[in-house]
Design a protein. Structure first.
Lengths: 565, 77
């Protein structure tokens, strides 16, 4: 049986069960999924007929198993962390989301892949909406529209691929085929490759504290998995990955919101994985897989730590935090385990995974890429291990520590989730063979060589000195960062403001005027209905219908193109 | 001791000398390369990102919508 099934069943049960029983189902789902995965023979496949096609909902080869294990682990840890805070909508959608992502990694054909891909997009949108605020409603709308567009591109690519090759098997794509590039574009949306990445920093921080932990594990890593499966060795991806890593880290240094800062680090760290996939050797695919595995564990813990801060203080901006070390010492300690992991400190999980990926890139002769990725590692250390903890726990107190009643107690289950995640990061850091045994290819790599440890400690240590020298320049200022989402968040409003006095509709030729009026008529009920179902109130300003119109048009165009081809 | 620790440039200089010494003992090809790499990379990242941020990226918190300052919004579940 597919390891995704217990999670999907848990989602259905959680719809009807009372709170505690529903939450228990959310924890039982990944445990049952892990038992199923352990019972599967390596390389096991299941093929079934489906409307005249042969589909393969289960293909448990090495790559699928590696992602399957970490997806199941993440579902359990995030469910435990959110035991006390998750509402019904969140429980149901999070379990369905985790199940869909696991369905993606075990899909052996493109039909199954697409079905789970779309289920993943829809269920994750509800994880964002579950916070129940106006901002989460708007961010969720933008998120689903971007992912519907990405899914439409993927579907068009799949149809084109099928008409060209006659095959629906999900395997390595031939880059000489145009369809392969369309499929790659569809995967790129999910992997958050710039400029298609802005949804991640827009939507993830607007979810609940546990919801963001779930979100950090699945969507981008499903994109990484799909690329590792279908596009390993595509040279372009090496430099796309390096650019992504630099882009994400620069934005993270500038960010004031702690969860948005970590969202940009997802972009940056996925860049390491994409770069390794671009190299495409067995060692590099192992490196990408290992780094995805470790990344899910340490990123989950980072977002648990910042989520705990948000839960306790109701604040998430560095410009409003500070001096929390006495109030939340254990949160700080557990967060730092994840921070040292993402920074690639020896004896933590990120060291054994990042080194594997970067060394594989260097072994392929890409020395410039290797040094650029080390440069990014310095930026990662700077923003996650120095800037964020300093301004949250040890920096100038901005009134939080002096007002103890404002600090809400952290539930024990939150600490339990963080503690287990920290233990997993330390265990992998101390015993990398645990991780390497899960990789798709035999891994013969020794991370603990003296020169690697010394050079890592040297460049990170001196980055720390530079931070000390320039700490005043990093002081949190209340700002937002502009990114490519400006195109659909701000530009339509600017255009509308400038064109409104012209009464555009009355100046259009008659057929265009009719279309404009129909679109306007269709927009109003949507504007009213969608946000009300989530927040109970209608946002004053919702420009996302512009994007919706673009998405619907693109979908129609691509589906028509796919049909014709 | 506290006065010494409040002089980061001095501390950095002494630490660099120690690291170069370690590299010489260990026979590394370019003694002091990785400490310098870490230090210079960090300075470049901070200064470059601040410059890019001020010119192109950073805006007032209410740029897209009225800011809640990162606090829980009313009605949050």
């Amino acid at each position: 049986m597919l390891p995704a099934v217990p999670l999907l069943v848990a989602a259905i049960l959680a719809t009807f069960l009372p709170r505690r029983a529903g939450q228990a189902a959310i924890l039982a789902g990944p445990v049952a999924g892990a038992l199923l995965l352990a019972s599967l023979e390596p390389g096991a496949t299941t093929t079934v007929p489906f409307f005249g096609f042969e589909v393969t909902p289960l293909r448990a080869d090495g790559l699928a198993r590696a992602f399957g294990w970490v997806f199941l682990t993440a579902a359990f840890l995030a469910g435990l962390f959110g035991w006390s805070t998750m509402g019904r909508t969140e429980r149901v959608s999070a379990a369905a989301y985790a199940g869909a992502a696991i369905g993606v990694v075990f899909a052996g054909d493109l039909i199954t892949l697409f079905v789970f891909w779309e289920l993943k997009a829809i269920s994750s949108t509800f994880v964002i909406w579950a916070r129940g605020t106006q901002r989460s409603a708007s961010a969720g709308m933008r998120y689903i529209l971007v992912h519907v567009a990405g899914g439409s591109v993927l579907l068009a690519g799949i149809m084109w691929h099928f008409t060209t090759t006659g095959s629906l098997e999900f395997t390595v794509f031939d880059m000489a085929q145009g369809a392969s590039w369309v499929i790659l574009l569809g995967f790129a949306v999910s992997a958050a490759i710039p400029p298609l990445h802005a949804w991640i920093a827009d939507a993830y921080p607007e979810s609940t504290v546990a919801g963001t932990v779930f979100l950090s594990a699945y969507t981008t890593k499903a994109g990484v998995y799909a690329m590792a499966r279908g596009f390993a060795g595509t040279d372009l991806l090496l430099w796309v990955g390096v650019a992504m890593a630099i882009y994400g880290v620069i934005y993270a240094i500038l960010e004031d919101d702690i969860r948005r800062l970590l969202a940009y680090h997802i972009v940056s760290q996925v860049g390491f994985m994409i770069a390794a996939i671009g190299v495409g050797t067995e060692a590099a695919v192992n490196g990408a897989t290992a780094h995805a595995f470790a990344h899910i564990l340490y990123k989950g813990l980072l977002l648990m730590g910042t989520g705990a801060v948000l839960h306790a203080t109701g604040r998430s901006r560095l410009s409003e935090l500070g001096g929390l070390a006495r109030s939340l010492p254990w949160v700080a300690a557990l967060y730092l385990v994840a921070a040292f992991s993402i920074s690639g400190f020896p004896l933590f999980s990120g060291f054994v995974s990042k080194e594997l990926a970067v060394e594989a890139i260097a072994a392929d002769g890409e020395v410039v890429a290797q040094y650029l990725l080390k440069f990014v590692s310095v930026g990662t250390f700077l923003s996650t291990t120095l800037k964020l903890p300093y301004f949250t726990w040890w920096g100038p107190d901005r009134g939080m520590a002096a007002a103890p009643p404002l600090i809400r107690p952290i539930p024990a289950t939150m600490y339990a989730g963080m503690g287990l995640a920290a233990a997993a990061n330390i265990a992998i850091g101390l015993r990398p063979d645990i991780l390497y045994a899960q990789l798709p290819f035999a891994a013969e790599y020794t991370p603990f060589l003296w020169y690697k440890i010394v050079e890592t400690l040297q460049y990170l240590g001196f980055a720390g000195l530079a931070f000390w020298l320039l700490v005043k320049k990093l002081g949190g200022e209340p700002t937002v960062t502009l990114d490519t989402d400006w195109v659909y968040r701000r530009l339509p409003a600017l255009v509308a403001t400038r064109t409104a006095p012209l009464d555009l509709a009355s100046n259009l030729p008659r057929p265009a005027e009719r279309v404009a009026r129909v679109l306007e008529g269709a927009r109003k009920p949507l504007d009213t209905f969608i946000p009300r179902t989530v927040t109970g109130s209608r946002p004053a300003h919702l420009p996302t219908w512009w994007l919706g119109a673009v998405v619907v048009g693109t979908t129609a165009l691509l589906l028509g193109l796919g049909y014709l081809l | 001791m506290r006065g010494f620790l409040e002089r980061p440039l001095l501390v950095a200089g002494i630490a660099l000398v120690v690291m170069v010494g370690i590299d010489l003992v260990l026979g590394r090809p370019i003694p002091g390369f990785w400490p310098a790499f870490g230090y210079v990379s960090c300075v470049i990242l901070i200064l470059a990102s601040k410059l890019i941020g001020k010119r192109f990226i950073l805006r007032d918190p209410g740029y897209y919508e009225p800011s809640t300052g990162g606090r829980h919004e009313e009605g949050e579940r």
